[in-house]
Design a protein around this ligand. Sequence first.
Ligand code: SF4
Length: 356
Amino acid sequence: MDLENLEKVLQAEPKYRLKQANEAVFKNFISDWSEATFFTKELRDKLNKECPLKIEADLLISEKEDSIKAKITLKDGFKIESVLMRHSDGRNTVCVSCQVGCPLGCLFCATGKMGFKRNLTTNEIVEQAIFFNRYLKKIGPSDRSREGLFHGVTNVTFMGMGEPFLNYDNVWGAVKIFNDYKYFNIGVRSISISTAGIIEGIKKLSEGLSREAGSRHAGHVNLAISLHAPNDKLRRELMPIDKKYPLQDVLKAVDEYIKETNRKVMFEYVLIKGVNDSDNNAKELAKIMDRKLYFVNLILYNKTPQTGQAGSFEPSDTKRVQAFRAILEKLKIRYTQRYRFGDDIQAACGQFATSK
Ligand code: SF4
């Protein structure tokens, strides 16, 4: 799919043609311009040639059918992964990628093992949600959709391949399109950005929000921090980026973000057997998380062929997870434990990886 030239191709046409074209792509989810019968045959052919809508993708569907992974091939042959999670309350969340690979090389993450190839453009980020809207339209309303109505994509999380704040402008461009009523009309509170702790990005996000205050995109995009360890020593072993952005500096940036926005911030903590799941780790975590508007999201580690090669990582045992949770509860730390979507199709956290 390539919409870069859409405005240019329609330049000579009356203005309303662009509106019609956008509606056809973003509201009616057409996958070929031949479906846009309100255009002349000549214009449809031209659009098919210069702004093709086809998205090349391989699909994997989980056994419970609540997770669908798309491996999308980009124009230059690189592949990215994104996942649709179908919640029982009718919401449809798409976890999008923002880079091909990732330069941060977190040890437990399959994407990190790929290395970094390139940033995605705004259109390539948006294309992932368009793909799943087409998919949802094709399968029709199901018992997951409240009142049997078509809901399409209702939530977007930037938690796929890549670090969003290393591709800030294109990610923010995509956020605006997701939020815009002319395109996806997804509320900003239903959009989440997760970072490994790029402080400039956290600052920019809160400044960006104030700068755009009053616009529809202002405020309230959810911020999540990939934490995964309660101290610098362990965090550095798991996430090399901690050397550049130590924990206390990241937390300080988060505190400033909260002061600016008064929004809750989620800290993701993947539980890895014998690595970061001890009682002491839980107590240390509780100590740094005991702040206003912080909450922890516990995630069970997902083994992948790529991370498995590292040899040492396993998910924590159920008993250990319970003990870890009990400590957080006793110390009155707000936490949730993420439902495991799609680990059988390697669509869960840290399992995104492709090759060209
Ligand atoms: S966990 Fe996130 S930041 Fe770390 S390597 Fe994976 S994609 Fe990159």
